[in-house]
Unconditional design. Sequence first.
Length: 191
Amino acid sequence: MQLAEKLVLSEADYLVFEEKAPLRHEYVGGEAYAMSGGTLRHNRISGNAYISLSMALKVKPCQVYMNDVKLHVARDSAYYYPDVMVTCSEQATAANESQVVSDPVLVVEVLSPSTEATDRREKLHAYRHLPSLQEYVLISQDTQQVEIYRRQGDIGWLFITYEPGDTVEFASVDVTVPLADLYAGTDIITP
């Protein structure tokens, strides 16, 4: 997120602006922030997560979305572009022309130097207030490591870390993926 390139807009104006903008912008509390481009590694890891989840969920009533669909967090008057998200609501059983999701069960962010602080603080705080969200996943693009914040009913959130050799469990959608599969095609090798 490039803080130097921000615009002040109402939510309605942001949605109209974003529909025509050549660059993507995230929106938080009246300000729209231009999104910076990602690396090849970031793109590959995001794509691997998307493909793994899509293949595993193709027979379930869930939809998997990748970085061009906005996530609306009404409580914070915010719109974000997660790298990958899954929604299993009745409305999501068929893809439609909407560009906004508000009820994901799973959100995945691939960490990068320019977004890691925002992903770990602002987005973690915002996403945890989504009633539908069961898991928030952070995937490192520098080392083979996946961190999951998993909702534990009304008592809080469990923090889980996966490392090389592990199989990542996305419990919210009953999918497991070898950690190595998330890094396939990258220059990150198992130590």
